[in-house]
Design a protein around this ligand. Structure first.
Ligand code: FMN
Length: 146
C-alpha cells in the first residue's frame, strides 16, 4: 500500500486541520496516510520519507511557524541529492495582506526540489478563504497516487 506522510507547520492550527483532511482523503482513496507536526518527527528520518505532503503557514514577516523551524534548519543542511527518493507537494497557507505572501510554503517547495526531491503536484498558495481551493488541491494531489 502506498504510504503518505503529511507534515504540517502551524501556529494556530489551520494547517493541522488541513493535514487531517488530507489524511482522510488519502485513506478514503485506499492510501496509508499519517500526519505529524513538523516538530513531531525525528529529523534524522526525514530523508527516508518517500511521499511527502507539506501544509505550512507563514508567520512573522514571511517566516516559518515555530513548530517548523528546527526541521527547516535540518533540511537546509542536507546535501543537494539527499532527497532523491522523495516525491513531494506543498500547500502553503497565508494572507495576501502580508508582503511575503505564503513565503514559508514557497520556501519548502523550493528547498525540497533543491535537495533532490521530485514535485508531483504544483504548490497552491492559499489566502484566508482557503477551504474550497484547498479541497480541490487535496483531491488533485491524492489522485496522483492512484
Ligand atoms: C502575526 C501574524 C503574522 C503573519 N504573517 C504572515 C506572512 O508574513 N505572510 C503570509 O502570507 N501570512 C501571514 N500570516 C497569516 C497566516 O499564515 C494565516 O492566518 C494562516 O492561515 C495561519 O495558519 P496556521 O493556523 O496553520 O498557523 C500571519 C498571521 C499572523 C496572525
Amino acid at each position: 500500500m502506498t504510504k503518505i506522510t503529511v507534515l504540517y507547520g502551524t501556529e494556530t492550527g489551520n494547517s493541522e486541520l488541513l493535514a487531517m483532511d488530507i489524511c482522510k482523503a488519502g485513506e478514503d482513496a485506499g492510501l496509508e496516510c499519517t500526519n505529524f507536526g513538523m516538530d513531531e518527527i525525528d529529523s534524522a528520518e526525514f530523508s527516508d520519507i518517500e511521499n511527502l505532503l507539506i501544509v505550512c503557514s507563514t508567520w512573522g514577516d514571511g517566516e516559518q511557524p515555530d513548530n517548523a523551524i528546527d526541521l527547516w534548519d535540518h533540511v537546509e543542511e542536507l546535501g543537494d541529492d539527499e532527497l532523491q527518493n522523495m516525491k513531494f507537494a506543498v500547500l502553503a497557507l497565508g494572507d495576501t495582506a502580508f508582503d511575503l505572501f505564503c513565503e514559508a510554503g514557497k520556501e519548502w517547495d523550493r528547498i525540497l526540489e533543491e535537495k533532490g526531491g521530485t514535485r508531483i503536484y504544483d504548490r497552491i498558495d492559499c489566502d484566508v478563504d482557503y477551504e474550497d481551493e484547498a479541497e480541490e488541491w487535496i483531491e488533485g494531489v491524492i489522485a496522483t497516487f492512484n
